[in-house]
Ligand binder design. Structure first.
Ligand code: ASP
Ligand code: MG
Length: 432
């Protein structure tokens, strides 16, 4: 028998997710601007924030000096501390207010110092996650304190206790099953929560991260788990543009894009959203807005389900810092399925993602992000079986919705190493 009196009534309150990246909180003025944007929202809000400015890069230097026992460790920590302290002094000129935030921030500095005063473990990736995560812990602590100082009731949530991954450090795989209830308990029904992008935790409370630039992905996963109404990513650009304004004279904002278009664009290297962001949103049909934190009244771009044909302008994406690798089996055997699966296995073990693949009978070419150290290790392994040739300093140009004339114009003065075209997309690997 069902006892209605014991059934808890859950009123579903609309909930939105806002995500602010490092560029939006790189200064005290950025934090004040965030406060203006957040204070205008009427719905319940989860605000996901990245590390301030370039603090993740600065913390990577800390990890490197710690792990490799270098003497610049304390200077590198000082740089992180000074950066945050100067934002705090600007935000809280009043000494009493500053004392409150300093108490929490000093605790984080002490935790970081405690980690680096011990010997590193043998796992670089484990150390990386527990150190680099301080960027997001510090940024959210400062922002939450500032909002409270401005009489906005914001709750700081440590996402490592509710967004749960495996222990694949530096690229944790989120368990949606374990995280769902924990996240719902942590965020639902609350007016305003401030939490960290990019970082997460294992079931045994170790800190993990989701891969560089992963805060967009955090926002998307939370939206999925909380059944949010929509997600807004606040950026320093007015929306999704058809080209980088630094490279092209005439650019335009694309007001509406389908999930499919957005995932293709980000996969090709459009840096406007992280490629993993689209899936959790598409799976629950949650719209994603990309808007400017500089002009918050502008509508920006909307990414959503769109079945009809959308006429889109040509979209140009330049993926820089690529390397083009060509492999030829030393014994002159075909590049057959078994070989391919071995090659991809090696790529995966180095966490290398290929951005373009081309093959012929006995040669296999791949374009991928270039990281000198990892790349050199990988080709050493491949050299056992393959003759290896490569070009660094190449870029991958993608033109979505191209016309032959446009493709011709863009590549006119370039030597082209590889060219691929299908009905919608033309791609060129060219030297820079
Ligand atoms: N702070 C992290 C990074 O810079 C995550 C992010 O910004 O999305 O990679
Ligand atoms: Mg960042």
């Amino acid at each position: 028998m069902c006892n209605f009196a014991s059934v808890k009534l859950h009123i579903i309150q609309p909930m939105k997710i806002y995500k602010f990246g490092g560029a939006s909180v790189k200064s005290a003025e950025g934090v004040r601007n965030l406060e203006r944007i957040v204070s205008q929202a009427n719905d319940n809000l989860v605000v996901v924030i990245s590390a301030m400015g370039k603090m993740t890069n600065a913390l990577e230097l800390v990890v490197n000096s710690f792990f490799n026992h270098k003497p610049d460790l304390s200077d590198n920590i000082k740089a992180v501390v000074n950066f945050h302290d100067s934002i705090i002094s600007d935000l809280f000129p009043d000494e009493n207010a500053r004392k409150v935030v300093n108490a929490s921030v000093e605790k984080l500095y002490a935790d970081l110092n405690a980690i680096v005063s011990n010997k590193p473990s043998l796992s670089y990736d484990f150390e990386y996650d527990r150190i680099v995560s301080f960027g997001e812990l510090l940024s959210t602590t400062i922002v939450a304190a500032y909002l409270r100082h401005r009489a906005i009731n914001a709750e700081w949530v440590d996402i490592r206790r509710c967004l749960i991954t495996d222990n694949n450090y530096r690229e944790g795989n989120v368990s949606m099953e374990i995280s769902e209830n924990l996240c719902r308990e942590a965020f639902l029904g609350k007016k305003l929560s401030i939490t960290q992008g990019f970082i997460a935790g294992t079931p045994t409370n170790q800190t993990t991260t989701l891969g560089r630039e992963g805060s967009d992905y955090t926002a998307a996963i939370l939206a999925n788990l909380l059944d949010a109404e929509d997600v807004t990513i606040w950026k320093d650009v007015p929306g999704v543009m058809n080209a980088d304004p630094k490279l092209y004279k005439e650019v335009e904002i694309i007001p509406v894009l389908s999930y499919k278009e957005a995932i293709e664009l980000s996969y090709c290297g459009a840096s406007v959203i992280h490629p993993k962001t689209v899936k959790p949103l598409q799976n629950k049909q949650i719209p994603l807005y990309v808007r400017s934190f500089i002009n918050p009244s502008e509508p920006g771009s909307k990414i959503c389900r769109y079945n009809q044909h959308l006429t889109l302008p040509p979209i140009f994406i330049h993926k820089k810092n690529q390397v083009l690798l060509s492999l030829t089996p030393r014994d002159f055997s075909f590049i057959a399925e078994e070989r391919l699966s071995k090659i991809f296995g090696i790529l995966a073990s180095y966490r290398i993602k290929s951005s373009l693949v081309e093959m012929s009978a006995i040669s296999f070419s791949l374009c991928m992000d270039y990281n000198e150290v990892t790349f050199n290790k990988m080709i050493e392994e491949l050299r056992d079986e393959y003759e290896v040739l490569y070009n660094t300093d190449v870029e991958l140009i993608t033109i979505r919705h191209y016309t032959p004339e446009i493709a011709q114009r863009i590549t006119a003065n370039h030597l082209i190493y590889v060219e691929q075209r299908n009905r919608l997309t033309a791609r060129f690997v060219v030297p820079v």
